[in-house]
Design a binder for this molecule. Structure first.
Ligand SMILES: *Cc1c(COP(=O)(O)O)cnc(C)c1O
Length: 363
């Protein structure tokens, strides 16, 4: 079993996904399972599909191609507006994409005509988070233009909040999205099938019992993988928060003073650190670093403390436990550290089966 590695408990992920699908269905909301954080891992995609998601979504065409190569035939949506340089791949592998630019939709239309396919378009609306989206006042004319493109099918509208500016999804912006769906249908007939309200930051609103209006879809990644909503990172009732564990190996253990000596200047990352004297400390170095994880996004077992991290070394205070070179230390990991770990070629993904990890977990 290689180290460092991410241990992903597929049973817990299936439970989380299935629970969310069931609860949101009561408000008429389907779940698109978002696979970008797991780089389109086909095994996890299969688990999501088994849990009842209505389709898969990913922001990278490369991940979508990974899933297609693995034989996944269900509906997959590219949830970022396509790059012009990738249009042919998008039309070939994605059934649908999120769009905000008519130039891109024109290119999708040409590519779709050439390959004799149709491509679905969801138009993203700007609702105040100031990331992607068409300004609401420009929606009707953009829908009209979209409807005129051959081999393009207008599927609906969507919004994304709480990403760039941290604007919360709630009654006001969700009603605005619903109203927009109504005004599109009032003008062009009942053409707006999908009204995708947002991501894991929408969970609190969606499960609050509020009137969900025309919102009939959410795109969920973090809530499924980590069992929490994304506004306050509060655990969602009945979901597992520990489906994913990061495991890394100890390469040095020593008792050292807690104050560095010599002149203090910037460290390798341009930071100037401040230290407090806690006397001689039992320290362990774990072979993982900022190249693989965001050190602020991982938590060691109770009693251990992260003292700092450089590119390849994570230093822990392990005074309250007994740690040896070669030991495997399990860490809880959050979404941002997980994103980085998944894209590090040095971190493997593997199932949990090593007794030394279990021993470490009970430290
Ligand atoms: C990543 C992403 C999502 C999923 O976000 P989570 O917070 O992980 O649920 C949804 N929509 C878009 C457009 C995304 O890029």
């Amino acid at each position: 079993m290689t180290l460092p590695r991410l241990e992903i408990d597929l049973g817990k992920i299936e439970h989380n996904a299935h629970t969310l699908v069931t609860r949101l269905a009561r408000s008429g909301i389907s779940v698109m399972g978002v696979t970008k954080a797991v780089l389109g891992d086909p095994e996890i995609a299969a688990v999501l599909l088994r849990s009842g998601v209505s389709g898969l979504g990913d922001s990278r065409i490369e991940n979508i191609e990974t899933m297609r190569r693995a034989g996944i035939r269900s509906e997959i949506t590219l949830i970022r507006t396509p790059m012009l340089s990738q249009i042919d791949r998008v039309v070939r592998h994605a059934d649908m994409s999120f769009n905000t630019e008519l130039d891109v939709i024109a290119a999708l239309s040409s590519a779709a005509q050439k390959s004799n396919k149709t491509h679905g378009v969801v138009l993203m609306v700007e609702l105040g988070d100031l990331r992607e989206g068409i300004m609401p006042g420009d929606m009707l004319k953009t829908v009209e233009a979209t409807l005129a493109f051959p081999n393009i099918v207008f599927k609906g509208i969507g919004a994304n909040l709480a990403c760039l500016s941290g604007i919360s999804p709630g009654k006001a912006n969700m009603v605005a999205l619903s109203d927009l769906a109504d005004s599109i249908d009032a003008k062009f007939g009942p053409i707006t099938d999908i009204v995708s309200g947002g991501n894991s930051a929408n969970i609190e609103w969606a499960l609050s019992g509020a009137d969900t209006g025309r919102i009939n879809n959410l795109r969920l990644g973090e809530a499924i993988l980590f069992g929490c909503e994304a506004l306050h990172r509060l655990p969602i009732d009945g979901l597992h928060q520990d489906a994913i564990t990061l495991v890394a190996e100890v390469i040095e253990t020593k008792i050292k003073p807690s104050l560095p000596w010599g002149n203090v200047a910037q460290n390798a990352f341009g930071e100037i650190n401040h230290f407090s004297d806690r006397g001689p400390t039992s320290r362990a170095i774990v072979a993982i670093g900022r190249q693989d994880i965001d050190p602020t996004g991982i938590s060691p077992p109770p009693g251990f403390e992260i003292l700092g991290a450089s590119s390849d070394h994570l230093v822990l205070d392990v005074s309250s436990g007994h740690v040896c070179v070669g030991d495997e230390i399990p860490f809880q990991i959050n979404y941002s550290a997980f994103l980085r770990a998944m894209t590090s070629p040095f971190v493997e993904i593997g199932p949990s089966s090593n007794p030394r990890v279990l021993a470490a977990t009970t430290l």
